[in-house]
Design a protein around this ligand. Structure first.
Ligand SMILES: Nc1ncnc2c1ncn2[C@@H]1O[C@H](COP(=O)(O)OP(=O)(O)OP(=O)(O)O)[C@@H](O)[C@H]1O
Ligand SMILES: C[C@H](N)[C@H](N)CCCCCC(=O)O
Ligand SMILES: [Mg+2]
Length: 224
């Protein structure tokens, strides 16, 4: 039986997708559950030899899996990497490159089919409808994969509407939403639990809260 794949989508960019994905990976591993975690398409990733590489999503996700930061592991986690911290299509264009949704989807499908057990976590890029290619959004990518999503939200002022707009978009497109994870934003004016409670009243899915530097709750891992 192939692995169960789950797409980690964002209500926006730099709001905690990688934090939550890494925390979930660690929790599943601690529970003895096999997990493989991918960030297939990543922008803002310096070359492997650059000191800044350690801060990249790819490095953080490999670290959560206890994998070495070598060329083979980086390529297996994130085959499409671009240096500029921009939307991936723009970052690709700056390098004279482009990518095709069919290639991205095909690669992800092959990883799902080739992972024989456990869970395959796939982190998206930016927000749910951030562009992934010149013509496709993250939502197109997620729909083409046909896998359920976990939506990550921040707790900054405005996060409630961003999260609920993403939930509604997923519902309109019949993407199963397993859970919403609210990752506490630095300097947020309201407690993350209050933000999570407000999202929970409308989201139509279980909502979990990860305060600053907190690990993944067991109850979230249990849903995956
Ligand atoms: N709950 C948290 N506790 C501590 N730090 C956090 C938490 N959530 C997010 N951060 C930090 O905030 C920053 C942005 O988070 P993260 O990189 O996970 O965002 P992202 O949504 O994955 O961004 P991108 O769109 O670039 O993939 C990172 O430095 C991350 O470690
Ligand atoms: C560089 C950044 N951290 C992400 N990798 C890419 C975010 C793209 C967001 C595009 C958008 O929705 O406007
Ligand atoms: Mg990330």
């Amino acid at each position: 039986m192939p692995a169960r794949a789950v797409f980690i989508a964002g209500a926006g960019t730099e709001i905690g997708k990688t934090y939550v994905t890494a925390a979930l990976t660690r929790r599943l591993r601690a529970l003895g559950r096999p997990v493989r975690t991918l960030k297939p398409l990543a922008s803002g990733v310096p070359p492997l030899g650059d000191p800044g590489f350690a801060e990249s999503d790819t490095a953080r996700l490999l670290d959560a899996q206890d994998l070495a930061l070598d060329e083979a592991a980086v390529e297996a986690c994130s085959p499409w990497r671009f240096s500029a911290p921009l939307s991936p299509d723009q970052a690709a264009a700056l390098e004279g490159r482009s990518l095709d949704l069919a290639d991205l989807v095909g690669w992800c499908r092959a990883q799902i089919a080739g992972t024989r057990e456990g869970t395959l976590l796939i982190e998206g890029v930016g927000g749910l409808m951030s562009p992934v290619t010149e013509t496709a959004t993250g939502l197109d990518w997620l729909r083409a994969l046909g896998v359920p999503a976990v939506l990550v939200s921040g707790s900054y002022l405005g996060a409630i509407s961003h999260a609920l707009t993403a939930c509604e978009t997923l519902r309109l497109h019949a993407v199963p939403l397993l859970a919403v994870a609210v990752s506490e934003s630095e300097g947020a004016p309201a407690p993350a639990s209050t933000v999570a409670g407000a999202i929970a009243r409308h989201a139509g899915a279980p909502v979990f809260c990860l305060r600053r530097d907190e690990p993944c709750p067991d109850s979230l891992a249990d849903l995956i």
